[in-house]
Design a protein around this ligand. Structure first.
Ligand code: RDL
Ligand code: RDL
Ligand code: RDL
Length: 155
């Protein structure tokens, strides 16, 4: 049985964890989801570590929303570095679903982007854990999560 962790935050202005879980539930009835919500992105690395060690997850999707200010960008870099460290400590993937508040023009687009990036990365996590070779068929295709794919270049 596949156990997928979802770590998310109360700081985020959109419930990306719910989008991830909704998307995962469409794929396969054999998935168990373990959710862990923390205050903010800097709390995500240990949340992910606990999802691996204490709740037996095979992969974790970590959702967070860095704010628009320089201090938030620094927090995002620290959080991301922590997530890398946990991946290297455990040898397991953490799919980082970060949506920066200033990527979107307004709150409506921020909600749309958050939902779509969360759902697309939920499927990336699902495929990585189900069949690590699956994504190779899309290698070099310029895929993005949220906004439109940019596609491959010719040459
Ligand atoms: O451990 C408690 C907090 O320090 C932690 O939750 C931080 O991640 C909170 N936080 C910041 O302190 C900050 O300056 C967050 C951001 N910016 C941010 O942009 N997004 C967050 N948290 O999710
Ligand atoms: O874990 C899921 C994603 O967070 C991870 O795949 C990132 O590497 C995706 N990514 C970004 O989030 C980003 O801001 C990438 C880039 N920029 C980039 O420039 N090139 C990438 N990925 O290959
Ligand atoms: O070059 C335009 C975008 O690719 C760029 O703004 C990316 O950095 C946007 N982005 C993030 O900022 C991020 O934190 C992306 C991701 N995560 C991601 O996981 N997937 C993306 N973009 O396609």
């Amino acid at each position: 049985m596949i156990r997928i962790g979802v770590a998310d935050t109360t700081f985020a202005r959109y419930d990306m964890g719910r989008s991830v879980i909704d998307e995962l539930q469409k794929t396969d009835t054999g998935i168990v989801v373990e959710r862990y919500t923390v205050p903010g992105i800097k709390d995500l690395p240990v949340a992910c570590l606990k999802l691996f060690r204490e709740r037996g997850c095979d992969i974790v999707v970590a959702c967070g929303m860095p704010g628009p200010k320089p201090v938030d960008k620094i927090s995002a870099q620290i959080a991301s570095t922590g997530l890398m460290q946990v991946q290297l400590m455990t040898g397991k993937h953490i799919i980082e679903v970060f949506v920066h508040e200033d990527e979107a023009r307004d709150s409506k687009e921020l909600a749309w982007l958050s939902d779509r990036r969360a759902r697309e990365h939920a499927l990336n996590a699902y495929h990585l854990v189900r069949d690590p070779a699956y994504l190779t068929r899309f290698a070099g295709q310029g895929l993005r999560q949220g906004f439109e794919d940019v596609g491959p270049v010719e040459g």
